[in-house]
Design a protein around this ligand. Sequence first.
Ligand code: SF4
Ligand code: SF4
Length: 253
Amino acid sequence: MVSYTVWLMEPIAAEEFAQIYARFHVPIAALDCGGRCAPYNEWGAPFCCDTHHVVPVVYATEWEFLQANTDLWHLWEDKTPAETEQLKSIAPEGQVLIECKGYKLCQRGFRSLACRAFPFFPYLTRQGQFIGLSVYWEYEERCWVINNLQIASMKYRDEFIRTFDDLFARLPEEVEVFRQFSARMRRVFGRRHSAIPLLHRNGGYYKISPRDGRARKTSPEKFRLYGPYKIAAGLPFPDELGMGDDIELNGAG
Ligand code: SF4
Ligand code: SF4
């Protein structure tokens, strides 16, 4: 089990989250991606809405805002106290592990920032330049979006970039957090000898060389596929794996 975080930041006032949420509201795509990944989850939920896979982490003031405005969320606790303590111990200081009531009861207006950003994070160059969106690669065999990056709309990409531009301008220390995370991705992909996928802020699709950080323009169908999505893509009729139905879900995506 892992947690993911959007940023480690100095306090932003709780009431400011209404505006931050309003400016980063559009879904990744017009279709419900949760219906595409959920069939592969033994618990039947979209992976990023299932705390067996992902425990959202929010900053304390975001938690304050959520508590004051919705009953959707509660503090996350594993059934095993040791597991709870273990995950709490690796959460960044001042951040809170939370869990919602589940994807069937999602309130889209009160999705956390972690929900809105997933599966993307702001990718930074060695020099600390925020050049676009890359993905939490740990989920590449689970998340359908990671295997269908062309699906992310320009509007979503714009909102994501604007949100992080604003936050980086206000909280410059966050640049370092994501610069280091991007460096970690370069190390992992360097060992794999594979290129990093990037949705560039200029609107294009790029492959980044993990060795020297060079960006090569590409097209989304040239990005690698993983896990069941790779298998499905090789079938003459991908719907045979149950991939064709748009299941009605209210959760992520
Ligand atoms: S972003 Fe969409 S496809 Fe990816 S895990 Fe979440 S619901 Fe599934
Ligand atoms: S998107 Fe909705 S259902 Fe999924 S974790 Fe976030 S609040 Fe819960």
